[in-house]
Design a protein around this ligand. Sequence first.
Ligand SMILES: [Zn+2]
Length: 115
Amino acid sequence: MHEYSIVQSLMNRVEAEAAERRATAVKALTLRIGELSGVEPVLLTTAFETFVEKTICEGATLSIIRVPVSWACPRCERSIVQGAFLQCPECSVPATLRSGDEIILERIEMEVPDV
Ligand SMILES: [Zn+2]
């Protein structure tokens, strides 16, 4: 399942960050997920909850920010509305995807003991 492999690579990154800062627990994660990334937030949350058992992220909350799809002309940078004809009316070149296919780990909140 797509979502499980995403959670797996996410966890690898979070664990590396946590180890680097000697964190004892991860409290919250925030992800930015583009509408075109093919990720279902509900499935991702389920995968996350299954995956984090017995890891440093156990009990952490997962927040997902949905990023809307946006297109733009590669030549003049004019933004082109999704659903419209995906071509620049000025330059007659096809629009390119600006955002909407990303999966980004935006924020990690963790518990770091005072030394
Ligand atoms: Zn243009």
